[in-house]
Design a protein around this ligand. Structure first.
Ligand code: IPE
Ligand code: IPE
Ligand code: MG
Length: 250
C-alpha cells in the first residue's frame, strides 16, 4: 500500500466526473523482477484500492471504471486465464465489505458467456450488497470489450424493434446508450492508461468519444495515488471543446 498523498487543489469544475483506468503493465512489472506474470496481477489489487481512496479523497469523481479483463484476454495462456478468473473472484469476495463500508457502489460491465460462473456470482453479490450506496460507483469491467458492448446493445435493440417496441427511425445516440451494460454511466472524462501503451485496447469506446486521454509510463503495480492526482491535474489543464470553437475577439 502507498502512503496517503495530499489531495491536489483543483476547482470542482475541473474534477473529472468519470475516470476510466486501464490497469496495465502487470506482466512486465513481474518479468522485470524475474517473477511470474501472475505476481504482477496480485500487486495490482492494492493499487486499485488506493485509486478508489484517491477518488473519494478528490471528491467530485462519481464513476471509476477499471479494466480488469478484456474480451481479448482469452487469447492468453490457459494458466494465466485461469489465474485471472480465480483472482477476480477472490478480489471481489475479499474486498466487497471494505468497499461497502466506504459507501462504494459496485457494478459489473462485461459479457456473460465464457466468464466463469463463480466470477459472475461474486460480481452479482457485490452489486447486490452495495446497490443502495451513494458514494463512488466502481465499475469492474470483467470480460469487457467496447465493441462487444455495442454489439450486445444493438442485438437487444433489434429484438425490441422486431417486437414493435422501438421504431428504427426513432433510434438516437441516447436510445443506444440505454442498451449498453450500464445505461446510467456518464461519458468518460478522463481516460487513464499507465504502462506506456498509447491505445484504448477496446475499453469504453462509445463512452470515450470525447474523453481526455492521459498516458503515463508507470506500470500498474507501481502506480500510486500521486500518479492519479497528476493525471487529474493534467486533465484539469486541458481545453475541452467537444467540437465547438472558442471565439477570440481582437
Ligand atoms: C494488465 O496487465 C492486466 C490484464 C490484462 C489482466 P498485463 O497482464 O497486460 O501486463 P503487460 O501489459 O503484459 O505488462
Ligand atoms: C488491456 O490491456 C486490458 C486490461 C488491462 C484488462 P492488454 O494488455 O490486454 O492490452 P494490449 O494487448 O496491450 O492492447
Ligand atoms: Mg498489457
Amino acid at each position: 500500500m502507498t502512503s496517503p498523498h495530499p489531495r491536489p487543489d483543483i476547482a470542482p469544475e475541473f474534477i473529472p466526473r468519470h475516470i476510466a483506468v486501464v490497469m496495465d503493465g502487470n506482466g512486465r512489472w513481474a518479468q522485470q523482477r524475474g517473477l511470474k506474470r501472475t505476481e504482477g496481477h496480485k500487486r495490482g489489487e492494492a493499487v486499485l484500492m488506493d485509486c478508489v481512496d484517491a477518488c473519494i479523497e478528490l471528491g467530485g469523481v462519481e464513476w471509476l471504471s477499471a479494466y480488469a479483463f478484456s474480451t481479448e484476454n482469452w487469447r492468453r495462456s490457459a494458466d494465466e486465464v485461469r489465474f485471472l478468473m480465480g483472482f477476480s473472484r477472490d478480489v471481489l469476495r475479499n474486498r466487497r465489505n471494505e468497499l461497502h463500508a466506504k459507501n462504494v457502489r459496485i457494478r459489473w460491465a462485461g459479457r456473460r458467456p465464457r466468464l466463469w460462473r463463480s466470477v459472475i456470482r461474486e460480481l452479482e453479490a457485490a452489486e447486490e450488497l452495495t446497490r443502495h450506496n451513494t458514494g463512488l460507483t466502481l465499475v469492474m469491467c470483467v470480460n469487457y470489450g467496447g465493441r462487444a458492448e455495442i454489439v450486445d446493445g444493438v442485438r437487444t435493440l433489434i429484438d425490441a424493434a422486431s417486437n414493435g417496441q422501438v421504431r428504427p427511425g426513432d433510434i438516437t445516440e441516447e436510445t443506444l446508450s440505454q442498451w449498453l451494460y450500464q445505461p446510467d454511466m456518464p461519458d468518460v472524462d478522463l481516460f487513464l492508461r499507465p504502462s506506456g501503451e498509447q491505445r484504448t485496447s477496446n475499453f469504453l469506446l462509445w463512452q470515450s468519444a470525447y474523453a481526455e486521454m492521459v498516458y503515463q509510463e508507470k506500470l500498474w503495480p507501481d502506480f500510486t495515488q500521486q500518479d492519479l492526482f497528476d493525471a487529474v491535474l493534467e486533465y484539469a489543464k486541458r481545453d475541452r471543446r467537444f467540437g465547438g470553437a472558442i471565439e477570440h475577439n481582437a
